[in-house]
Design a protein around this ligand. Sequence first.
Ligand code: ADP
Ligand code: ASP
Ligand code: MG
Length: 412
Amino acid sequence: MALVVQKYGGTSVGDVNRIRNVAKRVLDTKNQGHEVVVVVSAMAGETDKLIRLAQQVTPHPDEREMDVLLSTGEQVSIALLSIALKTMGVDSKSYLGFQIKIATDSAFGKARITGIESEKVMNDLKRGRVVVVAGFQGVDDLDNITTLGRGGSDTTAVAIAAALKADSCEIYTDVDGVYTTDPNICSKARKLNKISYDEMLEMASLGSKVLQIRSVEFAKKYDVPIHVRSSFNENPGTIVCKEDKDMERVVVSGVTYNKNEARIEIMRVPDVPGIAAKIFKPIADANIVVDMIVQTSSTEMGCADMAFTVPKTDFAKTLQIVKETIKEFGGKEVKSNEDIAKVSIVGVGMRSHSNVATQMFTALAKEGINIQMISTSEIKISCIIDSKYTELAVRALHDAFELDKPSVTEEQ
Ligand code: ADP
Ligand code: ASP
Ligand code: MG
């Protein structure tokens, strides 16, 4: 007997028939003799619908109340799934995040899980019940409802698997695994049998939404292997686990894109010590994560231009903070652009290869795509481009690094 945590995403619980399909899969797992905890997302499109509702009231809704609103999507799906399970004769019980004390900090809209009281869940499991948990939500020290950021149900599932020391954590979605790039925009995308936590971490942080980044951070920290699978078929999926010798030995393992960032540029800031700290401290204090930063070299006037990117959801707030900060330097000009995309290539094999960046820039140049910003790390290279070229860039990079061809290890 194993303890299995299964997470079903929005499309997998998108309508009543799909919820019945999930209940059937849970029943099958139970009939195999396993204990099951199920984490579910809101039905497809529901979270977006709730966001649009709030925006009809005001363009900048209060963050605490937003989390009260957004957490309701998951309340509907846990109840419906539990009802479906009971109809099939399965004893089950649904819980919201606060009821099993999924404790988080108070960063509304992007809260981090700090602990889970597993006792209640364990007691139910001991009684032979299936436990159905609302993904994406928690509660802070002051009993405020919090949400974990878009795609946060993945993180709920992995955190529960870690807290319960589950034997497996399965993430069921609308594709049957992790691919070399988004299979919905590149028909040549190829499914990977296995991927390391580190590569998946990069893919997730660079925009591959198949797993939320924090779920992979949790998985790596507590060594919880994740099995990403489809809820619509029985195909074996992708195992996300520690790097091992069976993994593909390739330089580049994936291509990602992210259209959720915006660029802010401050023109001619004084090029003296302490300026970057002055600009970025108030942004960090507002809990906003800055991604790429580029500073031009100093001009004759002793000034430099500073450009950086932030998530689109934090764009308006950042712009306001920046405008306030630069008043101190005599109100310099600020430019911004929301029509950007970040395309990236990821691979642990890059560590030992020198010409990967050139290959990437050449592939983009061949398509006439201009690069606005570049950033690199040991295992990734990212370029900011005009968002209208995103799909073209992803396909060009997938072709350039021949990601459609399996490596020797995968063919065995
Ligand atoms: P869920 O609602 O089940 O959480 P998501 O929409 O959050 O599903 O994530 C699944 C989607 O992730 C897929 O439909 C696919 O378009 C996208 N995706 C992006 N990059 C990849 C990738 N490398 N491999 C697989 N899917 C990817
Ligand atoms: N319902 C939330 C969202 O749409 C959480 C999730 O699906 O994981 O982002
Ligand atoms: Mg998701």
